[in-house]
Design a protein around this ligand. Structure first.
Ligand code: GAL
Length: 669
């Protein structure tokens, strides 16, 4: 049976626009005003009930749905669809008070109390029973309600718990994975530091210990943590699916969020949804956002996804919260749309008067509808109707970038040669030059079918399985272009070092191998030169590597490494493999990117792109977004209609700072 998905929501509605709506914080007369203002703003979907457990179940076993009935009726009558949340992200105080074992415990053994949110242990049988009971009643009550369009399970899953219930669940997970204790002892290498387990009951979560904890125990705990949350998500989802088989089910992701392996989660959802809050103070935010949006598209296998939460201006959870300049709200939202989102929603509709988020931006600020900010929100809602033809269309990419959670977890442990090689930092370094050229990139897991890509970039795969290494090798030999960044192929899935010259499982395809990892002194550039003698700088990391057939493209020029290769390129079968044994500065990585793209025969969306302008093609529409501070003049290939303005553009287009064009070539009209 085909599952419902994003298409179920956009069918007849067009692009989705709206936000979290928390009517329980307001008297009922405000609800009527809310709905009127939502209609005026073009809102067609709101997320309701995320934090309503205590309101629905004021005391154990009680149910108060009356208020929620009225909210859903009101919204339904106004034609506003509801993304109804299961309220299980924030249990009421009575749960923790009566059953303190439902509260999470940190790695030091401290219980975390109620008074905020997220205070639950995903492995607690009591939490699970209570959560599933309320989900069942919620689903029974609203199955068939005309306003119900989407289910939103929990909120931003990410809890990590070290309580006794979690330890028991961890043991059960390990038994399933390893079978017996001998296998566990082998896998964790417990002969090291006298860590051998003699009884399953001795095995615990990696709680705070006097010194560095067993890295494989930690890695398995990351895996277990993601799986434990997923098990709970699935339990809720199955209740919803059984009662409303035609209503899609999702939960909200958090971008490149470390505790949860979204590759394993995404197939369990009917559509991928993300919460994303770029920092206005971050100069790399536009590229970082693009990367995150591409990840969401990748998680959904290329299908349209949904931006479930973004902020209209400043958030209130950073120490110092910069606002978005005028026009930024629109620019950021359209960026997500250009990169595959069919839904553009906010946290939240009306700014709260009380509680921890009362200084967080909203679609409707405290000052009311007669405000600059709300006018921007309305204008954005209105223009989305003009972009309706984009709904359902896809972004086609010839470049794939590999990201893996297990490798991320394993890389960023204590006891590594350096803690400066962060997984997402490497990802962004390799992504940025591609983004600057308007080259579309799909984020993929290491196990993906790579055959459709001309270029596959592996910024870092510290941990790699034999099968995934074989797949990268086969892809290259069959004519692909592969790029591998430093400190890759180092450990196997148990985080045991692969012995021999590195990167052991990729040596052959790379035609190169190394023997020493050499972190570089901090703050001092590593000097290198290209084969033609031009110099460039790298930083943080170097390796002693030799060519085993690859052509040295760049070399180190100083110290013990002087004359040794820094970058190598190898013809392997019908393809080409690159190995980068250091961390080149951005300009040098941009130069490398040019060469790799040439090998792969891949070009960007436009031949010429001024700095700061993002170009991405979604279906037939070319989106141009000016993230720079000045006017940008962009040559365009063919006469086109700008869907945002209805005007025709030809030759070149001028974009003011934060301006966006959505160009549909006239010959496709
Ligand atoms: C998200 C969350 C929302 C709200 C928002 C504030 O983490 O899902 O409930 O807290 O952040 O930015």
């Amino acid at each position: 049976m085909t599952r419902p998905g994003m298409h179920t929501l956009t069918h007849g509605r067009g692009l989705l626009f709206g936000g979290d709506y928390n009517p329980e914080q307001w008297p009922e007369h405000v609800w009527t005003e809310d709905v009127e203002l939502m209609k005026a703003a073009g809102v067609n979907l709101v997320t309701v009930g995320v934090f309503s457990w205590a309101r629905i179940e004021p005391e154990p076993g009680a149910r108060d749905f009356g208020w929620l009935d009225r909210v859903l009726d009101l919204l339904g009558d106004a034609g506003i669809a509801v993304d109804l949340a299961t309220p299980t992200a924030s249990p009421p105080p009575w749960l923790g008070h009566r059953w303190s074992q439902t509260l999470p415990v940190d790695e030091s053994g401290h219980r975390l109390w109620y008074g905020a949110r997220n205070q639950f242990c995903p492995s607690s049988p009591v939490y699970r029973e209570r959560a599933l009971a309320i989900v069942t009643d919620l689903a029974d009550r609203y199955a068939g309600h005309p306003a119900l369009a989407l289910w939103h399970v929990g909120n931003e899953y990410g809890q990590i718990c070290h309580c006794d219930d979690s330890a028991a669940a961890f043991r059960a997970w390990l038994r399933e994975r390893y079978g017996d204790l001998d296998a566990l002892n082998d896998a964790w290498g417990t002969t090291f530091w006298s860590q051998r387990y003699s009884d399953w009951e001795e095995v615990i979560t990696p709680r705070r210990a006097p010194y560095m904890i067993n890295p494989t125990q930690r890695l398995d705990f990351w895996r277990f943590g993601s799986d434990a949350l997923l098990a709970h998500y699935r339990a809720e989802r199955d209740i919803l699916r059984a009662r409303t088989p035609d209503t899609p089910v999702t939960t909200n992701f958090m971008g490149l969020f470390k505790p949860v392996d979204y590759w394993s989660w995404a197939p369990e959802e009917d559509l991928v949804a993300n919460d994303y809050y770029p920092d206005p103070a971050d100069p790399l935010a536009p590229a970082r956002s693009a990367l995150t949006h591409d990840l969401m598209r990748g998680l959904g296998g290329g299908r349209p996804w949904m931006l479930m939460e973004q902020a209209t201006t400043a958030v209130n959870w950073r120490p110092h919260n910069l606002p978005k300049p005028v026009g930024q709200l629109r620019l950021e939202s359209l960026q997500a749309l250009a990169r595959g989102a069919d839904g553009l929603c906010y946290f939240q509709w009306r700014a709260s008067r009380f509680g921890a988020e009362r200084f967080h931006a909203a679609m409707l600020p405290h000052a009311g509808p007669d405000t600059r900010l709300h006018a921007e929100v309305r204008a954005h809602g209105a223009e989305l109707r003009r972009l309706a033809p984009v709904a359902g269309t896809r972004v086609a990419a010839k470049v794939a970038m590999v990201h893996d959670w297990a490798s991320w977890w394993a890389l960023e442990e204590r006891g590594q040669p350096s803690d400066r090689l962060d997984s997402t930092g490497q990802l962004l370094s390799y992504y940025r030059p591609l983004w600057e050229r308007g080259v579309a990139v799909d984020l993929v897991p290491p196990s993906a079918d790579l055959s459709g890509y001309a270029l596959v970039v592996v910024p870092n795969l510290y941990l790699i399985s034999d099968a995934d290494a074989a797949s990268l090798t086969a892809y290259t030999r069959a004519g692909g272009v592969l790029v591998v960044g430093p400190f890759s192929g180092v450990v196997d899935p148990l985080a045991h070092v692969r012995t021999g010259r590195f990167p052991a499982p990729l040596r052959e395809v790379l035609g190169a191998s190394g023997e020493e990892w050499l972190p570089a002194p901090e703050g001092r550039p590593v000097s290198c030169r290209w084969a033609d003698g031009t110099g460039f700088a790298a930083h943080t990391w170097t390796e002693l590597v030799r060519s085993d057939g690859a052509e040295p493209v760049a070399a180190f020029t100083e110290g013990d490494l002087a004359g040794h290769p820094a970058v190598l390129r190898h013809r392997s079968g019908d393809g080409v493999a690159w190995y980068v044994a250091t961390m080149p500065e951005h300009d040098a990585l941009a130069e490398l990117t040019t060469r790799m793209l040439a090998d792969a025969g891949v070009t960007g969306a436009l031949p010429e792109l001024p700095p700061g302008v993002e170009a991405v093609r979604r279906g037939p529409v070319l989106f141009l977004l000016n993230h720079g501070d000045g006017d940008a003049h962009v040559p365009i290939p063919a006469p086109a209609e700008d869907l945002l303005t209805g005007s025709t553009a030809e030759g070149r287009i001028t974009l003011a700072p934060r301006a966006v064009a959505a160009l549909r070539p006239l010959d496709t009209l």
